[in-house]
Design a protein around this ligand. Structure first.
Ligand code: NAD
Ligand code: UDP
Length: 325
């Protein structure tokens, strides 16, 4: 049994990861300041004897004092808002958690001799000029815009990992995560899948930003969590940056029509202004993950959306929100 620390444990990916690690028989300490995460995500494991939750801000070094007398084998550093709506609302907090927060968690990894996984992002590629994006692409990122707090902070987070790997021999690995979804996304987080599914089910207009020709590649959460765990487990992945995402690409307008079809919704599709610096294309090259981790996603968007729609429908009905049948 390993003792595994997960930051951002009450968030979308963190809570899925915690549940998976607990089911595999590990002891897990989850840390979260509940800025975008909610305890409801952890309900299923909260009382589990192998799970401990600490409400803490990982940018404060005091938050790590709880580990003074404990062995730690692995650290997944997932804490950081991920939705543009939330990271732009707390831009300075986003910079801190990915830089100072990453530094503190790397220090913990160094003192404990623990493996360390950092959740970076496809946003490290910015608005890419190379398509699809391999890990070797250095990116086209704007320092002077509303996405910079997230994109550039993640890039600096990667630099911290590099330095701790090279100078301190911490066993780091970096996941560049591409758009991931499932019913676990908050209804109000503003990301495209949660918006479209909620809008379609409640009969509101489906809001496509721009003309909908921009693309994204969507990975279902189960595939992502399997990928993160493979990245942590694989010795050959030490010191590597690896894309974790689904390489099947859709335009946002295609996603809107697909959600409308799968929900049987009568909602209208409407067009709204494209946010500043919104990347035009995004699709991962996952050859490195296939080769080093023997990993690739298996859940196609249509199947993942069916599951997501089913869960959202149940959730909305429980909240007594009228839902289109
Ligand atoms: P999320 O917002 O649902 O979860 C992030 C969690 O981190 C939240 O529970 C939040 O309360 C917590 N947190 C934020 N600042 C903190 C701090 N200072 N101290 C402690 N906890 C803090 O986001 P998510 O979708 O679960 O993303 C998890 C990680 O994966 C993030 O690092 C994100 O950048 C990365 N990522 C996610 C996606 C995606 O599509 N979901 C894509 C790329 C990268
Ligand atoms: N988007 C949209 N309508 C929405 C929410 C998002 O058209 O209601 C678009 C957004 O402009 C972007 C894409 O969908 O082009 C993905 O947005 P999201 O915020 O989910 O993730 P990110 O931009 O970080 O990839």
């Amino acid at each position: 049994m390993k003792h595994i620390v997960v930051t951002g444990a009450a968030g979308f990916l963190g809570s899925h990861l915690v549940k998976s690690l607990i089911h595999q028989g590990h002891r897990v300490t989850g840390m979260d300041n509940l800025s975008t995460g909610v305890l409801r995500n952890l309900e299923e494991v909260m009382a589990h004897p192998r799970f401990e939750f600490h409400q803490a801000d990982v940018t404060h070094p005091d938050s790590l004092e709880i580990f003074a007398e404990q062995q730690v084998h692995e650290i997944y550093h997932l804490a950081s808002p991920a939705s543009p709506k939330f990271y732009q609302a707390d831009s300075i907090g986003t910079i801190w958690v990915n830089t100072q927060g990453t530094y503190h968690m790397l220090e913990l990894a160094r003192t404990k001799g623990a493996r360390f996984l950092y959740s970076s992002t496809s946003e490290a590629y910015g608005d890419p000029e190379i398509h699809p994006q391999p890990e070797s692409y250095r990116g086209n990122v704007n320092t002077w815009g509303p996405r910079a707090c997230y994109d550039e902070a993640k890039r600096l987070g990667e630099v911290f990992c590099y330095e701790y790997y090279m100078k301190q021999r911490v066993s780091v690995r970096v996941a560049r995560i591409f758009n991931t979804y499932s019913s676990g996304l908050r209804n109000d987080d503003g990301r495209v899948i949660s918006n479209f599914v909620t809008q379609a089910l409640t009969g509101q207009d489906i809001t496509v930003y721009g003309d909908g020709s921009q693309t994204r590649s969507f990975c279902y959460v189960d595939d992502n969590i399997r990928g993160l765990q493979a990245l942590m487990a694989e010795d050959k992945a030490e010191g590597e940056i690896i894309n974790i995402g689904n390489p099947t690409e859709y335009t946002i307008l295609e996603v809107a029509y697909l959600v409308k079809k799968l929900t049987g919704s009568g909602s209208n599709i409407v067009f709204m202004p494209l946010p500043e610096d919104d990347p035009k294309v995004r699709r991962p090259v996952i050859d490195k993950a296939r080769e080093l981790l023997n990993w690739e996603p298996v859940i196609a968007l249509e199947e993942g959306l069916r599951r997501t729609i089913q869960h959202y429908r149940t959730m909305l009905l429980q909240e007594q929100v009228p839902v289109q049948e």
